[in-house]
Ligand binder design. Structure first.
Ligand code: IMP
Ligand code: MG
Length: 179
């Protein structure tokens, strides 16, 4: 019989810490883009959906919430960094300010691909907002314009982040540990 893996969760960021920080980010982004026309929020499916929804509630700006779906091979796999667009943005981003929303910036390979791809479409600006950043794991240098929290090299779940599709709906972020 297949052995069932057991995990434990250690809370790293509480719901309150997350909500406070997301509100601050929303205020910062509002200040920076005030008067700059309509902003396109390009949320990377599927992990950043929770972050994108919460952040958008704190924006006092005209914006379009749009989504881009990618398929990338899992963390630690030999194919890490091979990214394919599975669902494209619906907005035309030429001459628009675009803010890419990511759940976590890890090696940077995914965002590196997306930034290069979106830049070919001539946006007037393209910035990155990552809910979490793990700078210690970076392989490609990515300019991070807005970041929720920096974390050390751990495997985390919750607030959109999954382990084989589990734990996305947690309102907190936890380290996943194998027992
Ligand atoms: P990167 O291309 O290595 O920067 O990683 C991007 C993607 O890997 C993220 O958008 C996540 O979907 C996934 N990922 C990286 N680290 C973690 C983690 O600690 N927990 C859950 N997913 C992760
Ligand atoms: Mg992701």
């Amino acid at each position: 019989m297949k052995q069932k893996r057991e995990h434990s969760l250690e809370v790293l960021l509480t719901r309150e810490q997350i909500q406070t920080r997301v509100a601050q980010l929303g205020e910062e982004i509002t200040r920076d883009y005030k008067g700059a026309g309509e902003l396109v929020l390009a949320a990377v499916l599927r992990g950043s959906v929770y972050f994108a929804v919460d952040l958008s509630r704190h924006l006092d700006l005209p914006f379009i919430l749009d989504f881009i779906g990618i398929s990338s091979y899992g963390r630690g796999s030999a194919y890490e960094g091979i990214v394919r667009i599975t669902k494209d943005l619906e907005s035309n981003i030429a001459h628009k300010n675009v803010l890419l929303l990511e759940d976590i910036l890890d090696t940077g390979l995914t965002l590196n691909y997306l930034i290069r791809n979106l830049n070919t479409r001539n946006p007037s600006s393209l910035r990155v907002c990552a809910f979490l950043d793990m700078p210690a794991r970076r392989i490609v240098d990515i300019p991070v314009d807005y970041c929720g929290f920096n974390l050390p090299d751990l495997f985390v779940v919750g607030y959109g982040l999954d382990y084989h599709e589990r734990y996305r709906n947690l309102e907190f972020v936890a380290e996943l540990q194998e027992l």
